[in-house]
Ligand binder design. Structure first.
Ligand code: GLC
Ligand code: CA
Length: 547
């Protein structure tokens, strides 16, 4: 009946290898380090790993600019080491997803090196070249077009100028993509997370977009004219292998996600949504606002209801390599343990497949570096530049503190020793100074730590049919501080209650739960009466009952 639906019953762990664990002392995380930590990952109760790009890359966008799709970055190891990691993960019962980045390559990829040489070589149509640029902006820096002296034309890059967009209308490019997929599937990987996949088909003629900074051209390249046809070709390869596909699609609405997830055009098993990550910002993360629980709930619930109604499946996450740390955003560093555990409850029990980003499970928080020069991420530097003309340096730096992707990219904090146990050498990037307290080793010993709490959440989830597959319903959607929802399957029901306020809040149970014996399955205030109508600051509870 349900074929190949294993992904619905597991929790994934995302590894951004460069900052995970350094196995050879050169200051850069690698697959030797990952190999040694696989038992730790498994101990969380995780059933799958998603690797951010591991391929050779000049690192203009830390791996999302690929110069060879069939190899491993020498900083990370080699194909043999990757195979060892893959096999060990499988032995431990974890599947492995690769990141497939095919909207663009690095400008150092041999295809681009060839393509720029002339207008009539075998690779000349692998990229998008024009004599005259249109008005599109890049999402990372300035215009989306850069002039290439060698070829005497402009090439399109929706991201940095070191990330030229591939011309997916060229059947040879699509064949390359299918072959890349086969290459990794033949090694044994279980599927792909597909980077900005909704951007791969551009409107014919590349018309001008709206005169809006950064996103003005998007109407002509997001969910483009041939997207479903192209993805259908890739889907057939994935299906041959029973591989899972997860699409990443910035600024996608739930309605457009349905086209990727259902019906004739179904090409993905899941789509990564961004809506719930916009509860403290507008549009993109550089326009900061105070956190609004209502925005968070509205986004989550919209995706929950709409996808369930059409038999589609959600990706659940609150952190990844593109977002600052969630405690610093939607929680409170003052109520670090309380808000960190509450935020876990807020999303881990929704319907869908949860992802946990490295360090999230120990409650890592944002960094606040003293100068923009200390930041590494191209998007963060750009956010700083963007407001150059009308904001003071201090204000712009604060903006970066709030929004930088680099906060997710500091080294994983393994222990209270030198460099947080990440490397025996000199770390490639600063370690968050809170590592003496926020680290795996200490939290392993503390029964009430964020780490132990994540384990309990995952364990509870994975042994309950209702929490895995049950229906979702939200209560009190307009409440400004409480997020309350149920998951129901047959006669089993769970009620999840989260207080997003940094002070007490009195709750009322929904009528259906008032006269039932409730069993408290999980609570982040150890030793407190989890039955009281008064919820403490950032308290979270999970009840079970019968219908
Ligand atoms: C995706 C990636 C992000 C990258 C961008 C361009 O959004 O997650 O890290 O910068 O695509 O590849
Ligand atoms: Ca290393």
């Amino acid at each position: 009946m349900e074929q190949n639906q294993w992904f619905k019953d597991v929790t994934f762990y995302q590894i951004w290898t460069r900052s995970f664990a350094d196995g050879n002392g050169d200051g850069i995380g690698d697959l030797y380090g990952v190999y040694d930590k696989l038992d730790y990952i498994r101990s969380l109760g995780v059933g799958g790993i998603w690797f951010s790009p591991l391929y050779p890359s000049p690192n203009a966008d830390y791996g999302y600019d690929i110069s060879d799709y069939r190899d491993i970055h020498p900083d990370f190891g080699d194909l043999r080491q990757f195979q060892r990691v893959l096999d060990k993960a499988h032995r431990l019962g974890m599947r492995v997803l690769m990141d497939l980045v095919v909207n663009h390559t690095s400008d150092e990829h041999p295809w681009f090196q060839e393509s720029r040489k002339s207008r009539n070589n075998p690779y000349s149509d692998y990229y998008i070249w024009r004599d005259k640029p249109n008005n599109w902006d890049s999402l990372f820096e300035g215009k989306a077009w850069t002039y290439d002296e060698e070829r005497g034309q402009y090439y399109l890059h929706l991201f940095s100028k070191k990330q030229p967009d591939l011309n997916m209308d060229n059947p040879r490019v699509r064949r390359e993509v299918r072959e890349i997929m086969r290459f990794w599937l033949n090694m044994g990987v279980d599927g792909f997370r597909e980077d900005v996949i909704s951007f791969i088909s551009k409107r014919e003629g590349l018309p001008n977009g709206l005169p809006i900074p950064a996103v003005g051209g998007m109407m002509h390249y997001k969910d483009g004219p041939h997207i479903h046809e192209y993805l259908g070709e890739f889907r057939r390869v994935a299906e041959e292998y029973g591989a899972v596909q997860i699409g990443e699609s910035p600024m996608t609405t739930v309605r457009s996600a349905l086209h990727y997830l259902t019906g004739e055009t179904k090409s993905m098993d899941m789509m990564i949504s961004f809506d719930h990550m916009l509860a403290d910002c507008i549009g993109t993360e550089y326009m900061h606002l105070p956190f609004s629980l209502r925005r968070y709930k509205r986004a989550l619930t919209r995706w929950q209801y709409t996808l369930a109604g059409r038999g589609a499946w959600n990706v659940l996450y609150v952190e990844n390599h593109d977002h600052p740390r969630i405690i610093s955003r939607y929680g409170s560093e003052r109520y670090w343990r309380e808000s960190g555990t509450m935020l876990a409850v807020s999303y881990l029990f929704l319907q869908g497949t949860p992802f946990i980003y490295q360090g999230q499970e120990i409650g890592m928080t944002n960094i606040r570096l003293r100068s923009i020069d200390e930041y590494r991420d191209i998007a963060s530097k750009q956010n700083y530049e963007r407001f150059l003309t009308f904001e003071s340096p201090a204000k712009r730096l604060r903006r970066v503190h709030l929004s930088s992707r680099d906060s997710a990219r500091t080294p994983m904090q393994w222990n209270a020793g030198r460099n947080a146990g990440f490397t025996a050498g000199k770390p490639w990037f600063v370690v968050n100074p809170n590592y003496r307290y926020v680290n795996v080793e200490r939290e392993e010993r503390d029964r009430h730590s964020i780490l132990q709490f994540y384990r309990r959440c995952i364990a509870l989830r994975s042994k309950s049919r209702a929490l895995l597959r049950g229906s979702y319903r939200e209560f009190y959607p307009l409440h400004p501080h409480i997020f309350m929802y149920e998951r129901v399957y047959g006669s089993a029901a769970y009620l999840i209650v989260c207080n997003f306020r940094d002070s007490e809040t009195v709750i009322t149970l929904p009528p259906a739960y008032r006269d039932k014996p409730l069993q408290l399955m999980l609570d982040n205030y150890p030793g407190k009466d989890g039955m009281s109508p008064v919820m403490e600051a950032y308290e979270a509870r999970v009840y079970r009952t019968k219908r």
